[in-house]
Design a protein around this ligand. Structure first.
Ligand SMILES: *Cc1c(COP(=O)(O)O)cnc(C)c1O
Length: 374
C-alpha cells in the first residue's frame, strides 16, 4: 500500500495569525489607533476575564512567564539561603527563577505521569527547604494531594509553574490556584499564545497580588509613587488585546486538543512499546488540556528519525535534557529515573492547525515503524 507523504510541522507559527487574520488585524488596528500601548484597558480586561475563567481573585499580566515566576517567588518570601524543590523534567526557566531570587534549586525525580514525584520530594526536604514548585507539565495538573500534604507537614509554600496548564484541573481545582500563586506563559506555542512574549501570575493572596503589581512596574503604586523595588515586566497592552480575543475561544481550543489526544490514543493504544498520556476523560480527578502530547518509546531516536523521513516533525522538550543534566548549571543530584525517562520522551504534534487526517497520518506512520522494526 502506497500512501501519499504529508509534511506536518511540529508547530505552524504563521497559522496562529493567519487562520483568523481579519479579526486580528481589526483588533491590532483598533488598539494601536487608540494609542493604547502600556497598562491600558485591554490589559485590565484580559486580567479580569482570565480571573473569571480561573475563578481566582487576582491576575497580574507580566512580560513573560519566567519573570512572573521570579516575581512570584520573591513575593512569596523566597530568597537567599532558602531551598526550593522542583522536578528536573521541566524547562530551565523553573530553575532560573529560583536562581534569580538567590535561592538554591533542588531538582527531584518525575513519576510515571511525567510530573513531580512526591516520594523524591520528601527525601529532598531539609531544614532550609521553603517551597515546592510543582510543574503542571504538558497540560496536566499533578495529583496535588500528596504535594499539599507535604507542604502542610513541613510548612512549605507551594508556588506553581503552571505555564503549560491553563485551564487544566485536579479534583475541580485549576492549575495555578493551589498555593501561594501560579504562573502562566503566553509564548506563541503555548495553548493560549500571543504574538511574542507574555505571561501572568495568578493568586488568591491580596499581599502577593499587591507586591506583583508593584514589582512589574518599577515599584510604583496607583498614584505613581515609588513604594518598593520593582522592574519593568508588564504585559503589553496590544498582546493583552490579542489574548482577550483568543481567551473567548479558549474552551473550544481545549476541546479540540482533547479530541486530537483521543484520536492519538485510539490509534496508538495497541502498540505495546508506546507509553501514551492518559486518554482525555479516563480519570475523573484530572482535566487535561494537552499543551503537549508526550509519549515514551524504547526506540525514541529511530522512531523520531523515521517520522522525520516521512514528513512528521516531532520534538524533544528542551532539546532532550532534564535540568540537572545541564553541566554548566552545577547540579550535583543523581536522578536515575529522570535520566532513563528523558531518553524515552518525545512530543508528537499537538496544535490547532492539525486536521483529523493529519493525526491519523501520524499514527499510521508510527504503526508502520513498529511493523517494520519489531
Ligand atoms: C514556557 C514555560 C516557561 C517559561 O515561560 P516564558 O513565558 O517563555 O518565560 C516556564 N516553565 C515551563 C514549564 C514552560 O513550559
Amino acid at each position: 500500500m502506497k500512501t501519499e507523504t504529508k509534511t506536518i510541522p511540529f508547530f505552524d507559527y504563521p497559522h496562529l495569525y493567519l487562520f483568523q487574520k481579519e479579526k486580528l488585524d481589526q483588533i491590532i488596528q483598533e488598539t494601536l489607533s487608540r494609542g493604547a500601548y502600556i497598562l491600558q484597558k485591554d490589559l485590565q480586561e484580559f486580567e479580569d476575564n482570565l480571573a473569571a475563567f480561573l475563578k481566582v481573585k487576582h491576575v497580574i499580566g507580566v512580560a513573560n512567564g519566567t519573570d512572573g515566576l521570579i516575581m512570584l517567588l520573591r513575593a512569596a518570601g523566597i530568597g537567599p539561603g532558602d531551598e526550593v524543590i522542583f522536578p528536573s523534567h521541566t524547562f530551565v526557566a523553573t530553575a532560573s527563577a529560583i536562581y534569580f531570587v538567590g535561592a538554591g534549586g533542588v531538582p527531584v525525580e518525575c513519576g510515571a505521569d511525567h510530573l513531580i514525584e512526591p516520594i523524591s520530594v520528601e527525601k529532598a526536604i531539609t531544614s532550609k527547604t521553603k517551597a515546592i514548585i510543582p510543574v503542571q507539565l504538558n497540560g496536566r495538573t499533578c495529583n496535588m494531594d500528596p504535594i499539599l500534604a507535604l507542604a502542610r507537614k513541613y510548612n512549605l509554600k507551594i508556588v506553581e509553574d503552571s505555564a503549560q496548564a491553563l485551564g487544566s484541573s485536579f479534583k475541580g481545582r485549576f492549575a495555578g490556584t493551589f498555593g501561594a500563586g501560579g504562573m502562566f506563559s503566553f509564548y506563541p506555542a503555548k495553548t493560549l499564545g500571543c504574538f511574542g512574549d507574555g505571561g501572568a501570575v495568578v493568586t488568591n493572596d491580596d499581599s502577593i497580588a499587591e507586591q506583583l503589581h508593584l514589582a512589574r512596574d518599577h515599584g510604583r503604586d496607583a498614584a505613581g509613587d515609588v513604594v518598593a523595588w520593582g522592574i519593568n515586566s508588564r504585559l503589553d497592552n496590544l498582546q493583552a488585546a490579542i489574548l482577550n480575543f483568543y481567551l473567548k475561544q479558549y474552551p473550544q481550543s481545549i476541546q479540540r486538543r482533547r479530541e486530537i489526544a483521543g484520536i492519538y490514543n485510539e490509534n496508538l493504544k495497541e502498540i505495546s512499546d508506546l507509553v501514551l498520556p492518559p486518554a482525555p476523560g479516563s480519570d475523573p480527578d484530572h482535566f487535561d488540556i494537552f499543551q503537549n502530547y508526550e509519549i515514551e518509546s524504547s526506540y525514541r531516536d529511530t522512531l523520531k528519525k523515521f517520522l522525520e523521513e516521512n514528513g512528521v516533525r516531532t520534538l524533544l522538550q528542551w532539546g532532550g535534557s532534564a535540568v540537572h543534566q545541564f553541566k554548566e548549571l552545577g547540579f550535583k543530584q543523581n536522578l536515575p529515573i529522570t535520566d532513563e525517562l528523558t531518553a524515552r520522551f518525545m512530543l508528537l504534534p499537538m496544535n490547532l492547525s492539525l486536521t483529523d487526517e493529519d493525526v491519523i497520518y501520524i499514527c499510521d506512520q508510527i504503526k508502520r515503524f513498529y511493523e517494520k522494526n519489531l
